[in-house]
Write a protein that binds this ligand. Structure first.
Ligand code: GTP
Ligand code: MG
Length: 197
């Protein structure tokens, strides 16, 4: 799929204020600093569309970007960062919970995973929770440029093994590097397939 236009639409903490749910929507979630905003910029070929930072906790709201006037990409705040309310169930954050469970046009939630570290409890727990909620998910391994190919494969295999302890079937998985623009076509084709269905 070709992206011809990518336009910032809105930034809200309240899911009720988000644009009308009348278009296909694809959102990015994962631990703070995993590279959600960078991935949106990579996909849209616009380094300045979503705000990124070396410091975790940059994205604090639900950000809608309209693509080709037809569908939405959504940048979300990260989970697992200290500023997220501890009182919220599972510690994922109320905004994330509300958005992911109430957004009726959400066609796929891409859960971003940093493959440099061993499988993290919070990621496995979030994936388990999203699955139990019936949210359609796909896994995206980010920052692939930071690992040697064999290390990357080894760590991804370890993550898949961890998932298979509770999942009978693995969700769709993609490998990306925003730095090297790798995995772009895989994600765009995946989105295209979901929209066409
Ligand atoms: P929050 O909004 O804080 O939750 O973070 P985020 O998940 O949106 O991460 P962001 O895109 O802001 O990126 C965090 C840091 O990782 C930045 O310094 C990026 O430049 C860096 N980064 C993101 N993707 C990649 C990648 O593919 N490769 C490398 N080497 N660095 C990356
Ligand atoms: Mg961000």
């Amino acid at each position: 799929m070709k992206i011809t236009t990518a336009t910032f639409i809105s930034s809200y903490a309240d899911v009720k204020k988000c644009p009308a749910p009348d278009k296909p929507e694809f959102a990015f979630i994962g631990r703070s600093n995993v590279g959600k905003s960078s991935l949106i910029n990579m996909l849209t070929n616009n380094r300045k569309l979503a705000k990124t930072s070396v410091k975790p906790g940059k994205t604090q709201t639900i950000n809608h970007f309209l693509i080709n006037e037809e569908w939405y990409l959504v940048d979300l705040p990260g989970y697992g960062y200290a500023s997220v309310s501890k009182s919220t169930r599972e510690g994922f954050g109320k905004m994330i919970e509300e958005y992911t469970t109430k957004r009726e046009n959400l066609d796929c939630l891409f859960i971003l995973i940093d493959p440099r570290v061993e499988p993290q409890k919070i990621d496995l727990s979030f994936i388990g929770w999203a699955g139990a909620q019936g949210i359609p998910i796909a896994i995206v391994f980010t920052k692939a440029d930071k690992l040697k190919k064999n290390e990357l494969q080894k760590n991804i295999a370890a993550f898949q093994r961890a998932l298979l302890q509770t999942w009978e079937e693995l969700p769709p998985m993609m490998i990306t590097s925003s730095e090297q623009k790798a995995g772009r076509e895989d994600i765009l084709e995946f989105i295209d397939d979901v929209i066409e269905k």
